[in-house]
Design a protein around this ligand. Structure first.
Ligand code: NAD
Length: 282
């Protein structure tokens, strides 16, 4: 099994950004600037946000963390988004999910200006994505495509099955795979006999959020398996939606967890922020 190494591809994406960041700095006189909004004190979110900020700084980009208390009102959150939408010193905005349960993420996806939408989750960005006109693509799905391209895995005319249909992963990855001329089937929790689909796929992208859901018997010989799932064991170990250890000698290539799709998400966020910065009119 070829291990599709997300760390290597993420590094490649970041290196590719350096000249663009330098060019932006010399032209505009400041770095591309990402603002991350973190509401509440969810421990996992705090780690994600910190990693995003560190990655920005490492590439010479500016990042600002706006921390808000867990009891922030919907009106105050919406006011903050409106202010960031019109702040000329801000190129990209990311609202860390999940929000505390009294806040509506739908409203944020409606309100966030698509020209500042670093995550690519706003509904306007979703429309652009399906129209094939996106400036930014949702980070994890875009990362999946980067890995497949880096390892030169053919997609044109191939049968690709996506397991999962979320707004964050399944649906956008299906849109991006269609743009690569794959024949795409999306299966989900209501699919009858899911194996019939996955066993016929040349490439399977698994984003079900169910630990160890799929194994060798679900894939055809020499298939390519991309595992988006991330699950903690509570002991610091991570694993995915796929039983990776069963794949040896059966599939041709697969992403490990950790070290597969995970590292790509931040790299693509940085790329989105640079792309949004470059598109702005000063
Ligand atoms: P989600 O729970 O929003 O969506 C899961 C999807 O899988 C749903 O559409 C559901 O219909 C489908 N599903 C659930 N059980 C299924 C089953 N038994 N068979 C077939 N389909 C099934 O999750 P999500 O936000 O799309 O995330 C999916 C996984 O990816 C999670 O483990 C999450 O932690 C991980 N994730 C990783 C990254 C990353 O950076 N690598 C980013 C986002 C999400």
């Amino acid at each position: 099994v070829i291990r599709l190494d997300g760390k290597t591809v993420a590094e490649h994406v970041k290196q590719r950004l350096l000249p663009r960041i330098e060019h932006f700095k010399s032209k505009i006189g400041r770095s591309p600037h990402l603002v991350v909004v973190l509401v509440g004190d969810d421990p996992a979110s705090q780690v994600y946000v910190k990693n995003k900020q560190l990655a920005c700084e490492k590439l010479g980009m500016k990042s600002t963390l706006l921390r808000k208390p867990a009891n922030l009102s919907q009106a105050d959150l919406e006011k903050l988004i409106s202010e960031l939408n019109t702040d000329d010193a801000v190129d990209g905005v990311l609202v860390q999910m999940p929000l505390p349960s009294h806040l509506k993420s739908d409203k944020i996806f409606e309100l966030l200006d698509p020209s500042k939408d670093a995550d690519g989750f706003s509904y306007f960005s979703t429309g652009l994505l399906w129209a094939g006109k996106a400036t930014v693509k949702p980070c994890t799905p875009a990362g999946v495509i980067e890995i497949l391209k880096y390892y030169k895995i053919p997609l044109k005319g191939k049968n690709v099955v996506v397991v999962g249909r979320s707004h964050i992963v399944g649906k956008p990855v299906a849109a991006l795979l269609l743009d690569e001329n794959a024949t795409v089937t999306v299966v989900h929790s209501h699919t009858v006999n899911m194996q019939e689909y996955t066993q016929n796929a040349d490439v399977v992208v698994v984003a079900a959020g169910k630990p160890h859901l799929l194994g060798k018997n679900d894939f055809k010989k020499d298939a390519v398996v991309i595992d988006v799932g991330i699950h903690g064991t509570g002991k610091g170990n991570l694993h995915g939606d796929v039983r990776f250890e069963e794949l040896e000698g059966w599939v041709s290539a697969a992403t490990p967890v950790p070290g597969g799709v995970g590292p790509m998400t931040i790299a693509m966020l940085l790329q989105n922020t640079v792309s949004l910065a470059e598109k702005r009119k000063f």
